[in-house]
Design a protein. Structure first.
Length: 232
């Protein structure tokens, strides 16, 4: 699958969100800022896919940041699962709820597992030539989304990890990302490694701020109850 095919797939997936918003708004309302976050996330992901590794290390590092860090955070803040639970018919929403409650889903959503898939995957990709393979851009986006959702997700989660676990996962992932950028700098990436290092810091600070805001001002998380999900 080429980067162009991935971009088309992303565009098709991106259209499902506004369609779901339209269906949800027939019964109630949906926050405009979440729709804006989704649109910005799709644009960031598409831009990251469009930045070819052949354009140089700096451009490729910028693409990595857009695809693996900026886009996932924006998409997570758009609360797509909450929207889906509201927009889907009850029977399909029950299926989605069951998937979210399944053991594999809970394991993947555990912060330390998500951090390992995200940071560990990046180490594997960037210490080999795999980072030049277009299809693996999908892994970068998916792993980044999974990690952001595990740490600061706003969607329903049947077994959300404690704050201390999520904070630990964030610190470890940030350290692994910083070490990777330094390793790439030492192996000749130069400006590209600096973009990855300092750009990653910005996103990690944003994640930290969101996590600390939750800690300082606890809010009630949505549940997977379909009666709640289908309220207007």
């Amino acid at each position: 699958m080429t980067a162009a095919a991935l971009a088309w797939a992303l565009a098709v997936g991106g259209l499902a969100y506004p369609v779901s918003v339209a269906r949800t708004c027939r019964r109630g309302s949906w926050p405009a800022y979440r729709t804006a976050a989704w649109c910005a996330g799709v644009v960031a992901a598409a831009s990251g896919l469009a930045l070819s590794p052949s354009a140089g290390d700096t451009v490729h590092a910028a693409g990595h940041l857009l695809l693996g860090m900026v886009a996932p955070l924006l998409l997570v803040l758009a609360a797509p699962v909450t929207l889906a639970l509201r927009a889907l018919p009850v029977d399909r929403a029950r299926v989605l709820s069951a998937v979210l409650r399944s053991r594999p889903a809970r394991m993947l959503a555990y912060p330390l597992v998500a951090a390992t898939l995200d940071a560990g995957g990046l180490w594997l990709l960037y210490t080999t030539d795999l980072h030049t393979v277009p299809i693996l851009g999908l892994h970068v986006l998916a792993a980044g989304y999974l990690f952001a959702a595990a740490v600061v997700g706003v969607d329903p989660a049947p077994h959300r990890a404690r704050f201390a676990v999520r904070a630990t996962a964030l610190v470890l992932a940030a350290a692994a990302h910083g070490m990777l950028a330094k390793h790439l700098y030492a192996t000749g990436w130069g400006a590209g490694a600096r973009v990855m290092y300092y750009g990653g810091d910005v996103i990690e600070v944003a994640l930290t701020a969101l996590l600390c805001r939750e800690w300082l001002a606890p809010v009630r998380r949505p549940t997977l109850a379909l009666s709640t999900a289908h309220q207007g």
